[in-house]
Design a protein around this ligand. Structure first.
Ligand SMILES: Nc1ncnc2c1ncn2[C@@H]1O[C@H](COP(=O)(O)OP(=O)(O)OP(=O)(O)O)[C@@H](O)[C@H]1O
Ligand SMILES: [Mg+2]
Length: 374
């Protein structure tokens, strides 16, 4: 995926040049060569990486590569290699791939790589090298370049899956010896999985990148958006009204933008109606109902308690709740198993011992509303 050229200009984008600068600065001071960023869904990670960080890196003379592994869950190796190849030789993908020598059979059927699909598939068509070999070959091409590379791996938690373990190990080894030249940003919304990737001794990326929360958008973003909106609206909103809506929407930029859109389209109805409509649509999706019905009774009970801020799941009150929900007498183990399942499916993340949080705040809100009505 091309990181920048393919993006249409977006007047509603709230630029964060200082944040981009801070990351690049840390790289150039050699404070770190890899960082892991996490934030809940729809908080603006991808938008920042593609619209702020990568263009800033390009301006600084970096080669840049971006890949979103969630779009390529079945073949993250092919996606990564394609992104690297694109970065090195945007015009000459074919030439680079010819130099790779042995093509990669594995990629033929599964590689869905936007932009370079056709050429990559043909080039990697028939013979029998594996993805680790192809990766090393691409990086050897990179070694001949003078410029440093910024590699952004979005939804990096895909690499934590066991079936991608070999490739992840190869990636770590290849990047490890190029720390000076290749800077890497891992981003993802599953904090639990990212933590496992970087904190578990048995994992390929153990201790490799510092994992930190992605700084969230706040009042400045609201002020920017409201000001732009007011320049087009007939009935202006105050900053206070904007901030209130942002809070009510759990400070989620995507939902706030939907509120602004709704308000613009139905101005005579006023901002309260727009907010009510937005809340109803983002916090009560069919999608949530489907997720919910796939959970078993114990998991549903645990998620409900977490959504209400009840953290003592293993205490007497919590276990009584669990027993009532499942119709069986619950033990501490019942709660622990439910928590483990919920974490492995990325519903819930563990912040510290005994401190759990629902990853998708919109889902948490849906769960809370659901209980009120039933
Ligand atoms: N800097 C920004 N300026 C304006 N709008 C933004 C900004 N960042 C995010 N948004 C809005 O929020 C939406 C979600 O952002 P984005 O897709 O970057 O979130 P994310 O954290 O990558 O979410 P996910 O984990 O689901 O991939 C965007 O489509 C956009 O509408
Ligand atoms: Mg994203």
């Amino acid at each position: 995926m091309k990181p920048h050229e393919t993006l249409e200009p977006d007047p509603w984008h709230f630029a964060r040049p200082e944040l981009a600068e801070a990351y690049l600065q840390a790289f150039s001071l050699k404070l770190s060569s890899a960082r892991g960023l996490f934030a809940r869904r729809r908080m603006g990670k991808t938008e920042f990486l593609r619209r702020d960080l990568l263009p800033a890196a390009l301006e600084r003379g970096y080669l840049v590569a971006y890949t979103n592994l969630w779009d390529n869950r079945s073949s993250p190796d092919a996606a990564l290699i394609a992104a690297l190849t694109e970065a090195i030789a945007p015009q000459g993908v074919k030439a680079v791939l010819t130099k790779i020598g042995k093509p990669v059979r594995k990629f033929k059927a599964s590689a869905k790589v936007p932009g370079v699909e056709g050429s990559l598939e043909t080039e990697l068509g028939s013979a029998d090298a594996d993805s680790a070999t192809a990766l090393r070959a691409v990086l050897r091409q990179l070694d001949k370049q003078k410029r440093s590379l910024l590699l952004v791996i979005d939804e990096a938690q895909v690499l934590a899956r066991a079936d991608h373990g070999d490739f992840a190990h190869a990636l770590r080894a290849a990047l490890d010896i190029r720390k000076d030249r290749i800077k890497v940003i891992f981003a993802g919304s599953s904090e639990t999985t990212l933590r496992e990737m970087f904190a578990r001794a048995s994992e390929p990326f153990y201790n490799w990148a510092a994992l930190e929360p992605f700084p969230l958008l706040g009042d400045e973003f609201v002020a920017f958006t409201i000001k732009l909106m007011n320049s087009m609206a007939r009935q202006r909103l105050t900053l206070e009204q904007g901030k209130l809506a942002f809070d009510e929407l759990h400070r989620t930029p995507e939902f706030f933008k939907r509120f602004v859109e709704r308000y613009m389209l139905y101005q005579p109805h006023g901002n309260e109606a727009a907010l009510a409509h937005t809340k109803a649509s983002v916090f009560s999706d069919d999608h949530f109902l489907r997720q919910w019905s796939e959970l078993n009774l114990a998991d549903q009970a645990v998620i409900t308690m977490l959504a209400r801020g009840e953290t003592d799941l293993h205490g007497a009150a919590g276990l009584a709740r669990l027993s009532a929900a499942t119709g069986k007498s619950a033990t501490k183990n019942t709660a622990a198993q439910a928590l483990r399942r919920l974490q492995s499916q990325s519903f819930v993340t563990r912040l510290a011992v005994g401190d759990y949080r629902i990853e998708d705040e919109a889902f948490a809100e849906w769960v809370r509303r659901r209980k009120k009505t039933s």
